[in-house]
Structure formats: C-alpha cells, structure tokens
Ligand binder design. Sequence first.
Ligand SMILES: Nc1ncnc2c1ncn2[C@@H]1O[C@H](COP(=O)(O)OP(=O)(O)OP(=O)(O)O)[C@@H](O)[C@H]1O
Ligand SMILES: [Mg+2]
Length: 397
Amino acid sequence: MNELLGKHTAILGSTGAGKSGTVAAVLHSLLERGTEAGLANWKPRIVVLDPHNEYSVAFPGHKKLSTDDGSLVLPYWLLNFSETVALVIGKTEFVATSQANIVKVALLKARVEGAKALGLTPAKITVDSPVPYKLSTFIAAVEADKPPQASKQDSHNSILEKLDVLVRDARVAFMMNEWNGAAQDPFSAILLQLVSDGAQPRIVDLSGVPNEVAGVSSAVIARTLFNLKVWQTADERQNDPVLLVCEEAHRYVPNRGEAQYEAAQEAIRRIAKEGRKYGIGLLLVSQRPSEVEATVLSQCNSWIILRITNDADREHVRAILPDSMAGLTKMLSGLRRQEAIFVGQAAVLPSRILIRSLTPEQLPRSNDIDFDKGWQAAALNDAQLSAIASKWRYQTK
Ligand SMILES: Nc1ncnc2c1ncn2[C@@H]1O[C@H](COP(=O)(O)OP(=O)(O)OP(=O)(O)O)[C@@H](O)[C@H]1O
Ligand SMILES: [Mg+2]
C-alpha cells in the first residue's frame, strides 16, 4: 500500500475498460482495511477530483464537495498570482507582461487591505499569500492604475470586463462570492473542507464547473493540499498522508501548452515530482495516456494498465514502462474488462491480474445509457422541457 500510494500510481486503459471500476476497487479496499485488519483507528485521507460526478454513489460514507449545492467553496482570494492571472486574463496563449503587472499591483494592494482588516502584518504579505481580499478593493486598484488617456486603458478594461463576466456567472459563484470582510479569518474553514476528520473520501464534483475555470479549480485544490504539507511540521506530515485521485488526468495535465491548463499542470507536476517526500500521493487515471504530460506519467512508480486498443496509446505506454516489461504491452489489446497488467514498485512481480468485482452499489455511476430501455419510455413533455430550459438559461442544476 505504501508503494502504491506514496510513490504515485497510474491507472490507464481505453474507455470502458474498467478504470473507474478499478479506482473504486482500490478505494473500497483502502477504506475496508481498518475493519479487516482490526485496527482501532483507521482514517484514510482521500480527495477525488471527479469531473463526471460518478463517484459519490459508490461510497456511502463520502463527503461530496459540489458547486451545485454550495458545498464546495474555493474563493478567488485562495488563488495565487499565476492562478489569478489565468482566471482574469483568460486562455490566451500569450499573456502580455503589462497586463499581468496590472493584476500583480492590484492584487498586492487588495491583499494588504485584507491583511489589515484581519489584523495580520501587511508588510509580510506577498501576491501569493492566501489572504482574503475584497473584489471591490481589487477593482478600485485596477481603476486607480489606469493611465489618463482613454486609448491606453484597453488592458485595464479587459481585466475589469472579464471579472464582471465571472461575477455574473452562477456556475462560478463558488469562486467569485465576495469576501464579506468580517474580522473572522475564513482560511481554516476552507482548508477543513478538504482535510478535516470525518467522512471519506472527499469527492470534489467538478461536473458543473465551466471548462475555463475547471483547470484553475483543480490547480487550487492540488496546490492547496501540497502547500498544506509544505507548511506542516515533519511530525504532522508523518501523521497526515493524503491521496489525491485525478480522474481524466489528460484534462488537467495535458501534454499541450494551453494557457488555461498551465496552473493545473504546474500544481500536479509539483506533486508528482516532490509529493512523495511530503506524504501526498497521486492516483492518475486516463484513457489517453499519450495525451497526459510525460513528466507527470514518468514520475509514477506503479502502473495498472487495463485494455488499450489504440496503437498510439499502447506505444506510449511501452515507452514509459521499464525496458524489461515492454513485452507485456503486446497483451494489452486482448485484455478483458477488469483484467489488467500490474507492474512497478508496488507489484511484487509484473502480473496479469483481475480487479475485484464490485456490486452495483459499490460501482461509480455508469454513464452507459440503455437505448433499449430508454426508447420504451415516453419522450420529454412540455413541462419537462421548460424545466430544462430554465436550468440551462440560469446555468444551475
Ligand atoms: N471492478 C468492477 N466490478 C464490476 N464491474 C465493473 C468493474 N469495473 C468495471 N465494471 C463494469 O464495466 C463498466 C465500465 O467500466 P468503467 O466505467 O470503470 O470504465 P472506464 O474505463 O472508467 O471508462 P471511461 O473511460 O469511459 O470512464 C462499468 O459500468 C461496470 O459495469
Ligand atoms: Mg471512467
């Protein structure tokens, strides 16, 4: 278990091969270990990034953090400088230095104000410090920074417009709700969502988060978990290992340099490289191994590889596996569902294994839609369509 979790593991396979089933099987086994081994205390700490909202049905004791019902709060002030730039400047390949500078100046001003309100030492605050600030202070600082000539205000205006769009978007309310400036520091409450005692696993439902914010959201979660480790004492770290499960890893750590993913790439790459020392393990899941960033995949020390039908992906897997095991990849296209090749430090020997069978209640929600059954039911009526239209328009579930 220590090898599997502590030194990162990748679960790879084509769609429908059983990756999510394998993740659930691993998590169930981890959660059951306390009872099975008769341990007096057993408190696994697991955070699952769940882009399709499929895991919560599989774990009765879970805690769901969702943007739909307000149970997930990742305030804008938690973002560091580069994440804030990603959020308010957006997905352009190239962020002009001048624009980033505007954000930097305003961000520092706003954070200093926040620090004063909370009785923290303003002189010790940087642009990256997770200190609450008011959006209105940030906006005022951008306004104040505008040059007198209207023709030179484009960069400022585009930042303000982007902010305005974000604040109006109901789907992003979990991030954009303004800090109320109350003297009580909200920071530890935010951290408690992810790491406190109690319900496990923590399942972060990212299904309702728009694409452009999904990257930043996963970046903040990964980086927050990592930073928590960095600032813990060595003893605290010993007693608090954390497992981060990244489903559909190719969506957060793609091997392309798109600006909107940069922050997430950075955060997850850092855990892949240094997490072992700090007690934070990665379980990376992907159906497109060739589209996941190579640095991150190559930092994994164990692999559970299910059926892979695509040639490019199989080649890619062959390239990241130790040379002596390259021959195993020949089997990959012929594996049945739930059958896998298990190699790496956590496997005593490279083996062909069968993943334990889970009951329907223990399985992640299948996204398979039954045409046969569906077409025997009545089509949507007017009232149902209006209800859908309303959710669609207001962008809330
Ligand atoms: N361990 C398991 N026990 C029982 N059934 C399983 C198991 N693993 C997979 N299955 C069955 O196979 C189906 C597809 O598996 P799963 O959803 O895990 O595939 P996947 O590789 O995650 O696909 P995708 O890439 O589309 O997410 C499941 O709906 C389930 O019915
Ligand atoms: Mg899946």
